[in-house]
Design a binder for this molecule. Structure first.
Ligand code: KG4
Ligand code: ZN
Length: 358
């Protein structure tokens, strides 16, 4: 065996190593088989969005139950889709945090049970690390250093990935996450749940310049204004949400598409501006987006255009790799196994898990 194919704790980890990965941190039950940390052999996502829609958001108890009901079938479909038996799997990974405790436990327990039954290593993967690794599936030539904007229903983060498993958190939201803002504004506009995809679709028919909404914290810090961590890469979306509510009250007859497009333009402006600024400040030449909000059409085209103009490389994963999925967990799990070895079956699920290395 090539000595370079020996991973953490002496385990063989190489380009043919198959990881069965599970994701259940929120309202998607997902399983995937990933080969060599980059190649998707199968990826199955069972969404619970319909179950939660009537409540306008994810109900943790309902999420846990739905995960329990569907996880075995989702795993079976992932194995069948990859054309492999369980015995051919080399390692089993699961997102073990952050996320909803009961939801996470379903995926972690399933992964540990399969690892125990097959005698294969178990790898606990940080959900945000998984979102970052989605880009390494999208672009198999991508290697750190790269700068990640992770924008989801629960988080808004700017993270420098200096190397595999080595991260620096540059900024995050001080209140609502970007996806949360989309979801709340969609609810206020009577558009249903989840709000991001609906606003994205509706905004395409609206005028993004119809209302000039506030760009929260856009001016907080600027090029060379201070050291990393002084707040210049932080975000705030709660005030923007309030601005949309107030505007709606004052102008009830304005086309909803125009309000949606203008709100989306404000969010995208802040996210993209700070991502670009962080890249220029840190000198990192590759910018990447991930998480559910990275599926947003306006954000995708803006980041690509900003990067092209600034001479940076941008990696924008396919939409299915941005929203929660297990392929990204398999990619991150393969790299973790290679660099650090397995997690061990004593590892649990941690709702507020810190990103390793930060
Ligand atoms: O990463 P994700 O699937 O789950 C979490 O880890 O939270 O992100 C879900 C979030 C939701 O808030 C959803 O409204 C948002 O991503 N989202 C979008 C779009 N698609 C999903 N936001 C804006 N535009 C979209 N196209
Ligand atoms: Zn996520």
């Amino acid at each position: 065996m090539n000595p370079r194919d020996v991973g953490g704790r002496g385990l063989p980890v190489h380009a043919r190593t198959l990881v069965l990965a599970i994701e259940s941190s929120c309202d998607e039950t997902a399983a995937a088989v990933v080969e060599g940390g980059r190649r998707i052999r199968s990826s199955i996502v069972a969404t619970q969005a319909d179950l939660h829609a009537q409540f306008g958001g994810v109900v943790p108890e309902i999420a846990s139950r739905a995960h329990v009901e569907s996880i075995n079938g989702v795993i079976a479909r992932a194995l069948a889709g990859a054309g492999v038996e369980l015995a051919a799997i080399d390692a089993v990974a699961a997102a073990h945090g952050p996320g909803l405790a009961g939801a996470l436990l379903v995926g972690v327990s399933a992964a540990k049970a399969l690892a125990l039954a097959t005698g294969r290593p178990y790898i606990g993967v940080h959900h945000h690390e998984a979102h970052m690794y989605a880009a390494l599936i999208e672009d198999p030539t991508l290697e750190p250093p790269c700068l990640h904007l992770i924008v989801s229903g629960g988080h808004t983060l700017l993270i420098a990935m200096d190397d595999h498993g080595r991260y620096r958190r540059l900024g995050g939201t001080v209140d609502d996450a970007a996806g949360e803002a989309f979801d709340k504004v969609a609810r206020l506009l009577g558009l249903g749940y989840p709000g991001g995809p609906v606003i994205d679709r509706l905004a395409a028919e609206g005028d993004p310049d119809a209302v000039r909404f506030t760009r929260p914290m856009l001016g907080s810090g600027h090029l060379g204004s201070g050291h990393l961590g002084s707040g210049q890469y932080d975000f705030s979306f709660s005030g923007l949400k309030t601005a949309v509510v107030q505007h709606r009250r004052r102008h009830p007859d304005q086309a909803v598409a125009d309000v949606a497009a203008s709100f989306q333009a404000a969010v995208v402006d802040v996210l993209a501006t700070k991502l670009l600024r962080a890249a220029l400040d840190t000198g990192i030449e590759t910018i990447v987006i991930g998480g559910g909000v990275a599926a947003n059409s306006a954000l995708r085209s803006r980041v690509a255009a900003d990067a092209a103009r600034a001479g940076l490389r941008s990696v924008i994963p396919a939409r299915a790799l941005c929203t929660d999925n297990a392929a990204m967990v398999g990619a991150a799990g393969w790299h973790r196994l290679r660099n650090d070895g397995p997690t061990g079956l004593a590892g649990g699920a941690t709702p507020n898990l810190a990103l390793p290395g930060t």
